[in-house]
Design a protein. Sequence first.
Length: 256
Amino acid sequence: MSILEGYLNSLNLHVSEKTILAYRETIEKFLAYNKSREIDKTGAEEFLTYISLHGCSARSMNRHLSAIRSFFSYMGLQLGLRSYKFPKNLPVYLTEEEAKRMVSVARNPLEDAVVKVFLGTGIRLSELLSLTPKDIDPEGYITVLGKGSKQRVVAVQPEIIELLNRFARGKFPEELIFLYHRTTIQKTVQRMADRAGIKRNISPHKLRHSYASLFLRHGGQIADLRDQLGHSNITVTNIYIHTTASDRKKNLPKTL
C-alpha cells in the first residue's frame, strides 16, 4: 500500500467523502511536486508558494494547507505553518516610477541615505536605527536586529554598502550609525514623498512594502524575499504575491 493510500484510508472514519477527494487531490499534487525529496516543512512551503503563484484565494490556500497538515500528522511530522489571512486592504506601496522620484528629490545626505536604504534593503525602521559599523560586511551584506531580537543577514547592493560606510566613518564598531529619533526619520520620509508629488501618506514601513513589491516584480523569488524581510513564516510573505497580481489585473487592457 502506498503512503498516499494509507493516509487516505486513515481518514475514512473521520471526514466526509468530499473532504477525502479534496485532500487526495492536494496530496497527489504535493507528492508529485516533491518527487523523490524527503517530505519536510521546506518542501511544503515551496509547494504552497508554487500554487499561490497560480492565483489561489486565501480560502483555497487554507484548504491545501489543511490537507498537508493532516498528511504531516499522519506521517508523524510537525508542519508549523499558520493559516492564510489576507487583509481586505493590500499593502500600500510605491510604483517604480514613484520610488525613483523619491530618490531623485533627496536634498541632503540623510534624505539620500534613508530613502535608498529603505527602498534598497526592505529593512524596518527599528533595524535601520540599530545598525552599527560592525554590522556592515564589505562583501555586500548587513546584519540587522529584527523582531524578537533575532539577527539576520540581508544582501544589499554595493551602493548601499558605500552609503552606510560614509555614515559610519569615524564611529566605533558598536556605535550607532544613525543617531536620530524614529519621528525624525518618519518625518523625513513623508517630507520627501510630498516633495516627489506623491499624494498619500508614506512611512518607512510602506517603503518596506515597496521594496518587497519591486523585488518580486523584477523576478525575485518569494523564499529569498522571506529571508530578506525576516519573516518567520512564508505565509506572511505571500501577501506580496497577491499585491503584484493585483497590479497585473489593474493593467489589463479593456475589452473592446
